[in-house]
Design a protein around this ligand. Structure first.
Ligand code: SF4
Ligand code: SF4
Length: 351
């Protein structure tokens, strides 16, 4: 049995549903990466620019690198797709359970240890440290095709998957990329509420709700707040509408099941929470990346978008918050809701 087959078998035994191997060299997608950065699509994610050289030239982090072993794990908990209720906020599916960075990193380290012990060579592990490179390796490793929504889509399990990658200097047998099966479909592009998929396969992060609610620090530009709608953290819409996710199997993995309070939480409950409760709620989840003050800023935007003037008294205390961004966003939300003159906005388009 070849090392490639043994490594993929080992990956599956560790709980990865998918595993494939790609050459760790340049590709048309990685060659586009500098242009993507130059267009400004990375927004304020300066680390992507700083790490660009190493990410495009993996030999900088692992001299003699030959192969990228890409592993994927299904995090689809089987809960409903994004559902709108003006009195609730939406948290992206991937953040309902425990932080996948930690879960995957532990599994990948175990795989890397096994590779070194049983096949030799050197290894480096990566877990979703950026918007492109792991997905490109995943494409060439046959894990899935690179969808127009920029997600990796596997024909059997869809795109609710986390990706991790082990680089090695071993020369392994490579897998064959899967054909692109997006065809003439444009559902993701049409459904994106902020028009962030600026052309098929190209995302302008600056417009994407995931970026705005997670990566962007400071003020969300006023013109982009309405588009955030009810999204407290992340956005799933371009995956919800993807036909390849219609029959995506669920996972029983305990760590990915939603924690109480993270699945479709009520705005009034969130607005009443003290900061220590927030810290407890997000501890050990991917939501901690946004930090409590980032989530409070997002909560003010969601409340402002709710069309529910009854929330104004609950927003009041945030107008005195220690963080100036939370304060100013609370002012904004109060202004929006007060302008409704006590009438609920009957038809807010906040999906
Ligand atoms: S995550 Fe949401 S905002 Fe971002 S591209 Fe997809 S649909 Fe658009
Ligand atoms: S919604 Fe359609 S175009 Fe978009 S990723 Fe899915 S199949 Fe491709």
């Amino acid at each position: 049995m070849s090392d490639a087959v043994r490594i993929k078998d080992k990956a599956r035994s560790l709980g990865f549903q998918l595993a494939g191997i790609a050459p760790a060299g340049p590709s048309p997608e990685t060659l586009f990466y500098p242009e993507w950065l130059a267009r400004g699509y990375a927004g304020e994610m300066g680390y992507l620019e700083r790490q660009a050289s190493a990410r495009l030239n993996p030999a900088e982090v692992l001299p003699g690198v030959r192969s990228a072993i890409v592993c994927a794990v299904n995090y689809n908990t089987g809960r409903p797709l994004t559902t709108f209720d003006r009195a609730r906020a939406w948290v992206s599916r991937y953040a309902w359970g425990e932080d996948y960075h930690e879960t995957l990193a532990a599994k990948l380290c175990e795989l890397a240890d096994w590779i070194r012990a049983n096949c030799g060579g050197e290894t480096r592990t990566y877990v979703d440290t950026g918007p492109l490179i792991e997905r490109v390796y995943a494409k060439y490793a046959g894990v899935g095709w690179f969808g127009k929504n920029t997600c990796i889509i596997n024909p059997k399990i869809g795109s609710w998957i986390f990706l991790g990658c082990v680089l090695t200097n071993l020369e392994l047998d490579f897998d064959t990329p899967l054909p692109d099966r997006c065809g003439t479909c444009t559902r993701c592009i049409d459904a994106c509420p902020t028009h962030a998929i600026v052309e098929p396969y190209v995302l302008d992060s600056r417009k994407c709700i995931s970026y705005l609610t997670i990566e962007l620090r400071g003020e969300v530009p006023a013109g982009l707040r309405e588009g955030i709608g009810h999204h407290l953290f992340g956005c799933d819409i371009c995956q919800d509408v993807c036909p390849w996710n219609r029959k995506a199997p669920g996972t029983e993995a305990e760590g990915f099941q939603s924690r109480p309070g993270l699945f479709w939480p009520e705005l009034e409950r969130l607005l009443d929470m003290q900061e220590e409760e927030w810290r407890v709620l997000i501890r050990g989840t991917a939501m901690k990346r946004a930090k409590v003050k980032g989530l409070l800023r997002n909560l003010m935007i969601v409340a402002g978008n709710s069309g529910l003037p009854r929330l104004v008294p609950r927003i009041e205390r945030f107008r005195l918050h220690a963080d100036p961004v939370v304060r100013s966003t609370a002012e904004w939300a109060t202004g929006i809701l007060a302008s409704l003159n006590g009438r609920e906005n009957d038809n807010p388009d906040r999906g």
